[in-house]
Design a protein around this ligand. Structure first.
Ligand code: DHB
Ligand code: FE
Length: 278
């Protein structure tokens, strides 16, 4: 049977990816952020997931205003990278797991989540940065990936409660897959930031979010989108990707490692690795 063995969350400021690409992790002011991934690397070496389900918000690369699904899932054999804001980067390809993708899609739709299915999907910096933090560098990843996009960009937006329930449905789908898979669920985004208002960070709300993701995700899911935007900035709404992850990694969890480091660029930078309490 497939099992969810852990959940990882991280901010995905493109500068993080640039630092990784240049091997400059120790030269940037947010070096402690990279150091916080050392325990993640050790944990991944030990637990060896086969699949990473990567929940993130597309930033106008694959979906734009003319075609904006609320929830979209990749069902491809492979996903290619795309422009991260500095022109087309060297090509990279990430292996998919179409069999598990289609199982999750069928299960979600039977569960009344009407997702868009994508047999082609450009992989955004939000997904790739998270993978490069988890498995250092730009080499092939030792996991298959299933990209899941949540609209955190253009209204009308899914509510935090709907995102949490969506994650729970993803968790049910994975646990009902008959073949063996060890699955890591990644939520990429946040925490507080607003690209049009650089420097808008709300550290106390971010710290509350990090506690609540672990201990009381339902309280977090009761916030409205407008409340989160007021508290954490327009792009702080990327927090909903963390809620999807936490819905999938259900029940009580232990924190393997977490760090809040602000600012990274103009963002409340944060990471967390959790695992289900057995
Ligand atoms: C930036 C982009 C993002 O997608 C994000 O979540 C934070 C920062 C940026 O361009 O700096
Ligand atoms: Fe973003």
């Amino acid at each position: 049977m497939a099992r969810i063995i852990g959940g990882l969350t991280t901010s995905h400021v493109p500068m993080i990816g640039r630092a990784i690409a240049g091997g400059r992790q120790q030269e940037v002011p947010f070096a402690p952020f990279f150091d916080a991934f050392a325990p993640v690397h050790r944990w991944l070496d030990e637990r060896r997931p086969d699949v990473a389900i990567v929940i993130y918000n597309d930033h106008g690369l694959n979906f734009f205003l003319d075609n904006m699904p609320t929830f979209a899932i990749g069902a491809a054999h492979a996903y290619d990278n795309a422009d991260e804001g500095w022109g087309p980067p060297p090509p990279r390809r990430f292996r998919g797991d179409p069999q598990l993708s289609w199982h999750i899609i069928q299960s979600l739709i039977a569960d009344e989540f009407d997702v868009s299915t994508c047999q082609e999907m450009a992989f955004d910096h939000a997904g790739i940065t998270a993978l490069d933090l988890a498995w250092e560098g730009h080499g092939d990843k030792p996991v298959a990936v299933i990209p899941i996009v949540v609209n955190a960009v253009a209204p009308p937006l899914p509510t935090p409660r709907r995102c949490y329930a969506f994650g729970q449905a993803i968790g049910r789908a994975v646990r009902a897959f008959a073949e063996d898979r060890r699955v890591l669920v990644i939520g990429s985004g946040g925490l507080s930031h607003e690209l049009g208002q650089f420097g808008k960070i709300n550290q106390s709300f971010d710290e509350y979010c990090m506690d609540a993701i672990v201990a009381d995700p339902e309280a977090l899911a009761r916030y409205s989108n407008d409340e989160i935007v007021d508290l954490a900035g327009a792009q702080g709404l990327e927090l909903i990707t963390w809620l999807v992850m936490r819905g999938a990694v259900s029940g009580e969890v232990d924190v393997v490692n977490s760090l809040y480091f602000a600012p990274i660029s103009h963002t409340g930078g944060a990471m967390m690795l959790i695992e289900p309490r057995d």
